[in-house]
Design a protein around this ligand. Structure first.
Ligand SMILES: [Fe+2]
Ligand SMILES: [Fe+2]
Length: 196
């Protein structure tokens, strides 16, 4: 079972230069982490779920700081499209927090996780369809790279691979609560974008 770890694109240079490539890869990593949580049990599931919580929290926070504001102001109908995405993100975060309070081996955990997965993947499809395609068409390379840099600053807070030495659920308590992680992510993104 310990071989089951989420594959990662690694140092794909296009992701340094293109925010859309980077976010699409994160959507893939999130999907793979859902697979990993579903396929494991016990400490392995607990550890994979920590990584999923972390990546989802960081990914959605980065989108809220970088992608949605751009889409809102630059896209026809952007205001409503972004409102809809933000409502989906808020609902997902609430479910994530509820799951985070459950034991990962609780019989109620998997059904709730699968419901979250359905919602998160539908949300991601809508982002790709409505926002990402627009960003690709309407943004110059400099801006794509600047946005990628900000999202990368966020991603640095969410390793998708297991941390060496982190074997038990207890060790992950050190990662801290999701809300604090989102705050730190926001700060890192704003700093990378030259705002404070
Ligand atoms: Fe999102
Ligand atoms: Fe997304």
């Amino acid at each position: 079972m310990s071989q089951l770890h989420t594959p990662q694109a690694g140092d794909d240079q296009s992701e340094d230069l293109d925010v859309v490539a980077l976010l699409m890869r994160q959507h893939g990593d999130i999907r793979n982490l859902f697979d990993e949580v579903e396929a494991t049990t016990g400490d392995e599931r607990r550890e994979a779920f920590r990584r999923l919580v972390r990546l989802l929290a960081v990914h959605e926070t980065a989108e809220e700081e970088v992608v949605h504001p751009f889409a809102r102001r630059s896209m026809p109908g952007g205001q409503q499209i972004v409102e809809d995405r933000l409502a989906e993100e808020k609902a997902a975060k609430e479910t994530l927090a509820a799951l985070d309070d459950m034991d990962t081996d609780d019989p109620g955990f998997l059904p709730k996780l699968r419901a979250l997965r359905t919602d998160v993947q539908e949300h991601a499809r809508k982002e790709e369809r409505y926002e990402f395609s627009h960003i690709r068409r309407s943004t110059d390379v400099t801006n794509l790279a600047a946005m990628a840099k900000a999202v990368k600053a966020a991603e640095a807070m969410a390793p998708t691979r297991p941390h060496p030495g982190v074997q038990s659920g207890a060790a992950n308590v050190a990662l801290g609560p999701v809300a604090a992680l989102m705050d730190r992510t926001k700060d890192a993104v704003r700093k990378a974008m030259g705002k404070d």
